[in-house]
Design a protein around this ligand. Structure first.
Ligand code: PLP
Length: 396
């Protein structure tokens, strides 16, 4: 389609969505689709959630923006709620996941200054994704998103997730220069790869022993996606820095970088900031999102429906030899196929189901956290139809 938009997104699908309700979307021709992606883990409470809509309309009628030159009551209240559910201590508000991670990287650099490390190294993971700004794409162990943007921000070292021996080697080699280890507890764009509890605990131990910061990117895994407020809460550890965005605003752009213990108070006046970050509008919505999630017992639903959907997918898709594994936690689910399957996304659209493909051959499901059993059945059913068509084309 010809238009004046810079073509940064590949494989854009020729559909215009006009409205949504819960887990459902309608296009301009009034075709109804089941949303198995929630805007890539954003609309956890589903579309047109009544409480979110009410807050948006009421707050828009009252006050959108002032600036961080002045105290912002909604920001203070949201920081209180967010630090409570995340078990962190301080919040810095921004507008996206990349910005939240950019703030986390800046915190690590400041921590290095404090420790008089002149050339600090941050250890990150191969196949990770932390955003598209220069520092966050440099942090991401994914050459595909770095190509063309060299020189990268320097001194990120990439290791293979869940490989404790490799981490120990890097510690021996660069220990004095390392200041932080940064990772996603489940790699989303990396193909729904789960960090083992043992691996996270080992990183925690190293960070304590060597006085490094443990930075968790919970931009995709946070806000109930895996059945806990934050994915790290499955693993009996605590990060020093944690980032959140996506579902915190249910579609309104907001992100936050959270700190705890030794990572607190590294940002002093003038060290960081954002015009829009944490304005009254987005923070009012963030407060409503957290309150609604508590009121509607969303974490329990994400756990229950996640288990239900994985079982359903396993039984429904067992007939396909090409389905290698189905894995996930809560409602963050990957179906790994034996071959590249980017085209299955468009096939899914014909069957009126939204999902995407990461890592070339992993169907990624991130449905709204409010789905019920019949919607989960319908997701499995429509994926079954999509795979039947995909494998028939591949076989032909
Ligand atoms: C784990 C993770 N970190 C960071 C980002 C970047 O977030 P944003 O697109 O809001 O900048 C994403 C986005 O997909 C993500 O999944």
């Amino acid at each position: 389609m010809s238009n004046k938009i810079m073509p940064t997104y590949f494989n854009q699908l020729p559909v215009f969505f006009e409205r949504g309700k819960g887990a459902w979307l309608w296009d301009l021709q009034n075709n109804q689709y089941l949303d198995g992606l929630a805007g890539i883990a954003v609309c956890g409470l589903g579309h047109a959630h009544p409480a979110v809509t009410q807050t948006i309309t009421e707050q828009a009628a009252k006050l959108l923006h002032t600036s961080n030159t002045y105290y912002i009551a909604h920001q203070i209240e949201l920081a209180e709620k967010l630090t409570t559910i995340s078990e962190m201590e301080q919040a810095y508000f921004c507008n996206s996941g990349a910005e939240a991670n950019e703030a986390a990287i800046k915190l690590a650099r400041l921590y290095a200054r404090k420790k008089a490390i002149a050339e600090p190294i941050i250890v990150t993971m191969h196949h990770s994704f932390h955003g598209r700004s220069m520092a966050t794409l440099s942090a991401s162990g994914t050459p595909r998103i770095q190509q063309g943007f060299e020189p990268l921000v320097k001194d990120f070292i990439y290791v293979n997730m869940n490989d404790i021996a490799e981490l120990n080697e890097v510690t021996n080699k660069y220990g004095d220069r390392i200041v932080a280890v940064m990772l996603e507890p489940i790699q989303g764009d990396g193909g729904i790869q789960i960090a083992d509890a043992e691996y996270l605990q080992h990183i925690r131990k190293l960070c304590d022993q060597h006085d490094w910061l443990m930075i968790l990117d919970e931009v995709q895994t946070g806000m109930g996606r895996t059945g806990k407020w934050f994915c790290y809460q499955h693993s009996n550890i605590h990060p020093d820095v944690m980032t959140v965005a996506k579902a915190l605003g249910n579609g309104v752009p907001i992100g936050a970088c959270l700190a705890r213990g030794k990572a607190c108070n590294l940002f002093g006046p003038g060290k960081h900031g954002s015009t829009f970050g944490g304005n009254p509008f987005v923070c009012a919505v963030g407060i409503t999102v957290i309150d609604s999630m508590i009121k509607e017992d969303i974490l329990a639903n994400a756990t229950r429906m996640g288990n239900y959907l994985v079982e359903k997918l396993k039984s429904t898709l067992s007939k396909y030899a090409g389905v290698v594994t189905i894995r996930g936690r809560g409602l963050m689910i990957g179906i790994e196929l034996d071959k590249p399957c980017m085209e299955v996304v468009a096939i899914g659209m014909k069957h009126r189901i939204l999902f995407n493909v990461t890592f070339n051959k992993v169907i990624r499901l991130l449905p709204p956290l409010i789905i019920n059993e019949s919607e989960a059945d319908e997701i499995a059913n429509r994926i079954d139809k999509s795979l039947a068509e995909f494998y028939a084309i591949k076989a032909a």
